[in-house]
Design a protein around this ligand. Structure first.
Ligand SMILES: C[S@@+](CC[C@H](N)C(=O)[O-])C[C@H]1O[C@@H](n2cnc3c(N)ncnc32)[C@H](O)[C@@H]1O
Length: 242
């Protein structure tokens, strides 16, 4: 399997920080409600570990499994863990994709954030079934479904600029339909100095799209209920009680 993140890895953490700043506080509040449960927190496609770190802070006694198939992203993830010895002591980094990862018997929470489009529809449906079988009755699954949710073209747009030292980092994204259930994201990651582009990396990601309505039907088929986190595109799933 080719790893699109091999080239983009240096840019992911700076450019995804804004997303986590927006949802981190309310997500942490949801996770804190799980303090009476046991079982680990699983972060699928953990990337550089921002979600892992939020879950760890919300649940200070929980073990964490950060599942990340990209060696380049694991480099950032392990660097984040090694800078925080207590976090490193309870976080295991698993070098696998979500479909290969053997879920433990009972899990407290699963994060699948900014990654679900990497799974084919069959893989995605199979993932819900595997999670539903292992999720603690009081546990939650955190999933976001960023647009587009149908195979539509998305015009080129720039991310906010993030400054690190004297350089700025910026991502450009643009999507085009690729079949009836997927798009291709064309990304350009730029490094700027005093407004001038000094380096640029181009990366394409295949991304499977699904509407929220279709997702809710997939979850219902696995006896998972859902609600949204505030006004975000983040869904919180739990096991249906009746
Ligand atoms: C956009 S990044 C998001 C990282 C992190 N979840 C976050 O929100 O900060 C997507 C991540 O999904 C990972 N990924 C790709 N295919 C995957 C798969 N089949 N299973 C699990 N993770 C996958 C990538 O390696 C990458 O680290």
């Amino acid at each position: 399997m080719t790893d699109s993140y091999a080239k983009s890895a240096p840019f992911i953490d700076p450019l995804i920080a804004g997303f986590w700043q927006q949802v981190g506080h309310s997500l942490a509040a949801e996770l804190r409600r799980l303090s009476a449960l046991s079982g680990p927190v699983i972060d699928l496609g953990a990337g550089a570990g921002r979600g892992t770190r939020i879950a760890a802070a919300a649940l200070p006694e929980a073990r964490l499994l950060a599942v990340e198939p990209s060696a380049a992203m694991r480099t950032a993830l392990l660097a984040r863990l090694m800078d925080d010895p207590p976090l490193a002591a309870r976080t295991t980094v698993v070098a696998e994709g979500a479909m290969e990862f053997p879920f433990p018997e009972r899990v407290r929470a699963v994060l699948a954030v900014n990654m679900i489009g990497h799974l084919t529809p069959d893989e995605r449906r199979s993932l819900w079934a595997r999670i539903a079988a292992r999720l603690d009755p009081g546990g939650i699954v955190v999933v976001n479904n960023p647009p587009p949710t149908v195979p539509a073209a998305v015009p080129r747009v720039a991310s906010p600029v993030v400054r690190v030292g004297a350089y700025d980092y910026r991502g450009w994204s643009e999507a085009e339909p690729a079949g009836d259930q997927s798009v291709v994201w064309h990304m350009a990651y730029e490094t700027l100095h005093q407004g001038r582009v000094v380096a640029r990396v181009d990366v394409d990601y295949d991304w499977w799209v699904v509407t929220d309505e279709e997702l809710r039907a997939e979850w219902a088929a696995c006896a998972l209920s859902s609600r949204t986190l505030g006004d975000s595109d983040v869904h919180l799933l739990g096991r249906r009680t009746s």
